[in-house]
Write a protein that binds this ligand. Structure first.
Ligand code: SAH
Ligand code: DHB
Ligand code: MG
Length: 219
């Protein structure tokens, strides 16, 4: 199936499910206007994150990789009034656009945007005061995915859910040799070796091409 056909199917499903969303459209527009890369989750995937966070009943959510806050909005929408989301972003320009988008979406008061190397910020998060984290969404540089998983596990409880975006790298995951592919392969190995996790990897096709995500639950 061509990219265009995938995009058409995505648009059809968004329309038919009544998922058209002015707030998310504005968020995507702000990201484009600011020249940010077009690598946010798709609208359908974002709504999937909302549904998943609601299924989990997540009160505390951790996101690694904010970009313009598109997925952040989707996750924060699932929070109860006393819920909180911590999102980590290395690029101050991305964080600034994200804060505008979170404000526009009416979720900024429930979100902490931490600017810096995610590894450094994660090391400062405390499982007692910042956790337990009910749902973690890992979607930053793929090279450090294993370290992000380790921190997610440190901050999680039994039953916590961990989602990792871009698990298939447009099919390059099998024999690609770029740092992102190697990082993702190492993540697959780390998950396979970890008896604490029930996990799978699901392929996706759609507005953002062929990719997929890892879905894991802490035992
Ligand atoms: N979750 C977003 C997309 C994130 S794109 C969405 O779906 O809407 C990945 C983001 O991770 C980029 O904004 C990039 O700047 C950030 N990033 C890359 N390396 C990072 C690092 N080492 N620490 C923190 N953020 C990082
Ligand atoms: C890239 C990163 C992402 O998080 C994504 O969803 C798609 C692409 C990238 O770095 O190419
Ligand atoms: Mg991604």
């Amino acid at each position: 199936m061509s990219d265009d056909e995938q995009r058409t199917l995505d648009a059809w499903a968004v329309d038919r499910l009544g998922l058209g969303d002015k707030v998310l459209d504005r968020a995507a527009q702000r990201a484009a206007d600011a020249g940010l890369p077009d690598i946010a989750v798709s609208s359908l995937q974002g709504h999937g994150l909302t549904v998943l966070a609601k299924i989990v009943g997540a009160k505390r959510i951790l996101e690694v990789g904010t970009l313009a806050g598109f997925s952040t909005i989707c996750l924060a929408r699932a929070l109860p009034p006393d819920g909180k989301l911590i999102t980590l972003e290395i690029d101050p320009t991305h964080a600034e656009v994200a804060c505008d988008n979170l404000q526009d979406a009416g979720v900024l008061d429930q979100v902490e945007v931490h600017i810096g190397q995610a590894i450094d910020t994660l090391a400062k998060l405390d499982p007692v005061t910042d956790g337990p984290i009910d749902l973690t969404f890992i979607d930053a540089d793929k090279e450090n995915c294993v370290v992000y998983l380790e921190h997610a596990l440190r901050l999680s409880r039994s039953g916590s859910v961990i989602v990792v975006d871009n698990a298939f790298r447009q099919g390059r995951i099998i024999d690609g040799d770029t740092p992102d592919v190697i990082g993702m392969q190492q993540l697959f190995d780390a998950i396979a070796a970890n008896p604490q996790l029930d996990a799978t990897a699901l392929q996706t096709a759609g507005a953002k091409g062929l990719d997929g995500f890892i879905l894991a639950r802490v035992r």
